[in-house]
Design a protein around this ligand. Structure first.
Ligand SMILES: *[C@@H]1O[C@H](CO)[C@@H](O)[C@H](O)[C@H]1NC(C)=O
Ligand SMILES: *[C@@H]1O[C@H](CO)[C@@H](O)[C@H](O)[C@H]1NC(C)=O
Length: 402
């Protein structure tokens, strides 16, 4: 459809061009005049679209058009109009809205809004506040406090908890790093061959039980931080036994009610993971294992809501989004893999499981769609990197000027 539309535009352009040429010759105008008029004519935009069409077309096997002929015309036009065609890649639209969700996911979103399980009472200036990417980055830096529960926080300062939390501050243990990678668990990582590139970063963050064994080629093998949700820790039978968890710095997070402080959260965690946490700490006391401050996910949620034009799920952000922000505080540059989907995107949820659900990309419980809009907005890499590698590149908070 796009293609025929472009062809139509293209032939209009050719007609107009010929008409101009005839007028010029008729007026005995010189070559200079022709060039001038061609410049004034609205060439660049239609040419750009033409280049886009041919770029897409060359990848499409079903195309009927002769690409050689097309490129000949194109190169001819390039000479006269001096517009460099650039290939264009269809990637995530940063202005996606809930209308882009299928009816099932729209209904789930509505249900979560009605349920408001975490008693969210948003008082910020949103929804729909517009920020430039630079301002948004500063806004995140200044309003999302990435820190961990500390030994001085009640009730973790009581005898019951003595010796369980790491003594060393998270920020002295983690980073600062230059180039970091955040590796999603998306099905699209399968057959990506990104392993070497991922391991080539100074630090790599992974999520939950995302495995490495048998997937090194696609996801790499280095783990510097593993961010886990409390559900995994409470329900994964092998959490204390699986050596997967013995590498790197561990962070667990658990959703609190919207306005809860640490004591309130402790009384009413979403998943009561505290005993398992203690067991793990007794088994592996030398491995750094932190608890994310429960306020942090909501500080981030507030900003996602502020910049989204729709009301978003009143549920905490995904581990993926939390991991990206954690790395932005520790690193100069963060490469995020398959959070914004590449050309490999399917409905397969995880690279290590054959489980299909569109919700894994678009979000049901987590406001995933809006998180992706935000990451796309912050992306400083190219659409080509997203399309081919699922890679978004974000500046960390360490070296930005606000
Ligand atoms: C972040 O939270 C920690 C722990 O509550 C606190 O000590 C620190 O002052 C906070 N930082 C900012 C910038 O608010
Ligand atoms: C733990 O922290 C609370 C709140 O800051 C404080 O009131 C209490 O005295 C502390 N307990 C211990 C044993 O230090």
């Amino acid at each position: 459809m796009i293609h025929t539309n472009l062809k139509k535009k293209f032939s209009y352009f050719i007609l107009a061009f010929l008409l101009l040429a005839v007028i010029c010759v008729w007026k005995k105008g010189s070559y200079e005049a022709l060039k001038l008029q061609a410049k004034e004519f609205q060439v660049p935009k239609s040419l750009e679209k033409l280049a886009m069409g041919s770029g897409l077309q060359s990848r499409s096997a079903s195309s009927q058009q002769d690409p050689k002929q097309d490129s000949q015309i194109l190169s001819h036009l390039r000479v006269t109009a001096k517009v460099k065609p650039q290939p264009s890649y269809q990637v995530w639209d940063k202005d996606s809205s809930s209308k882009n969700l299928n009816p099932r996911l729209q209904k789930i979103l509505k249900n979560y809004l009605n349920m408001n399980k975490y008693k969210v009472s948003y008082k910020g200036p949103g929804p729909g506040v517009k920020f430039s990417a630079e301002t948004l980055r500063c806004h995140l830096r200044d309003h999302v406090n990435v820190s961990m529960v500390e030994t001085t926080d009640f009730p973790f300062n009581t005898t019951e908890w003595k010796g369980y939390l790491p003594k060393e501050n998270f920020r002295t243990k983690a980073g600062p790093w230059h180039r970091c990678a955040v590796v999603s668990s998306a099905g699209a990582l399968k057959s990506s061959q990104l392993g070497r590139e991922i391991d080539n970063h100074d630090a790599v963050l992974r999520f939950n039980g995302a495995p490495i064994a048998n997937f090194q080629q696609d996801v790499g093998s280095k783990t510097t931080i593993r961010l886990m949700n409390s559900q995994l820790i409470t329900t994964e039978k092998h959490f204390l036994k699986n050596t997967l968890y013995n590498e790197g710095i561990l962070i667990v997070w658990d959703p609190s009610l919207y306005h809860a402080d640490i004591p309130n959260w402790y009384r009413k965690p979403d998943y009561n993971f505290f005993e398992t946490y203690k067991s793990y700490r007794r088994l592996f006391p030398n491995q750094p294992f932190y608890m994310l401050r429960p306020q942090m996910p909501w500080e981030l949620w507030d900003i996602i809501q502020e910049i989204s034009s729709d009301w978003i799920q009143p549920n905490p952000p995904s581990s993926g989004m939390l991991g990206i922000i954690i790395m932005m505080t520790l690193c100069d540059q963060v490469d995020v893999y398959e959070f914004i989907p590449s050309k490999r995107k399917t409905d397969v949820c995880y690279y290590h499981q054959s489980f299909f659900d569109n919700a894994c990309t678009m979000g049901a419980y987590h406001p995933l769609l809006f998180e992706k809009n935000m990451v796309k907005h912050l992306n400083e890499g190219t659409d080509e990197d997203i399309y081919l590698f699922g890679k978004a590149t974000l500046s960390g908070f360490r070296n930005i000027r606000c």
